[in-house]
Each structure stands twice: as C-alpha cells, then as structure tokens.
Design a protein around this ligand. Structure first.
Ligand SMILES: [Fe+2]
Ligand SMILES: [Fe+2]
Length: 142
C-alpha cells in the first residue's frame, strides 16, 4: 500500500490532488491483486480498476502537460515522453491481463514497478515542473 502521507508533495495543489487520486486507485488495485494470494481472483474487478487507473493517468498527465505548455517549460518533451511511456506500459499490462489473466506479472507491476515509478517521478520531474509552474504564477486557467 502507498501511504499518501509519505508521497512527496509538490508546489501546486492540483498536482497533489491528482497524486492523491492515483494513490487511492493504485491501492485498490494492490488490494485486488493481493486477494489473489488467498485464491480470490476477481478478473473483472482487476480489469475495471486498471482501466480506471489508465483513464485517471491520461487526465492527470494531460493536466500537467497543459500547464507545462502554457509556461513554455523547456524540458516539456522529456516529461511528456515519460508520461507517454508509462501510458503505453499500462495499456500493455491491461491488454495482457485481459488476454492471459496472469497474476504473477500483474503483481510485479502493481506492487513494485508502478509504485516505485510513481514516487520517483513525483520526486524528480513533477517536483521540478510544479516549481516552475508556481514561479511563473500558475497554475493557469486554460
Ligand atoms: Fe504527476
Ligand atoms: Fe508527471
């Protein structure tokens, strides 16, 4: 489980709010995946929650990208392409789950890869981006 109190906070609230929502959805997914250890696999619940996470991440990343473009953030493309890489990976995980329902791979993604990426992305790219947005007087109404 990700403890939101231990998730690093950035300089603008809209991003912290998105990070809180991402934390909740990831925790729901971890609970569903963890239940499989007791033989309680809920394939539809897992698919639905992965899809919810994907939808959330598309919107969350788009909100950050719109603000970066608004302030002409110089490393926009580095941050944007990292978002795209993660969306592609998440889409692949969802498709693989739907096809094969293979719990070990999903478990590794949900319990290790995703939460580790999430915290390190916030500590690095999101923190710097938020600082730039705040210094430029944002976030801006778009
Ligand atoms: Fe973010
Ligand atoms: Fe980001």
């Amino acid at each position: 489980m990700i403890d939101f109190n231990e998730v690093p906070k950035v300089a603008v609230d809209f991003m912290n709010e998105d990070h809180e929502e991402a934390t909740h959805i990831t925790n729901s997914l971890q609970t569903l995946v963890g239940a499989a250890d007791n033989g309680e696999v809920n394939p539809q619940g897992i698919s639905d929650t992965l899809e919810e996470l994907l939808t959330h991440c598309r919107e969350h990343f788009a909100r950050e990208e719109a603000q970066m473009q608004k302030i002409n953030f110089p490393p926009y493309h580095i941050h944007q392409s990292e978002h795209q890489r993660v969306l592609d990976e998440m889409t692949q995980v969802l498709e693989n789950w739907r096809k094969h329902e293979e719990i070990a791979t999903l478990k590794q993604y949900t319990l290790e890869i995703l939460p580790e990426w999430f915290v390190s992305h916030i500590e690095s790219m999101d923190s710097v981006t938020a600082m730039f947005i705040a210094r430029a007087g944002g976030p801006f109404e778009l």
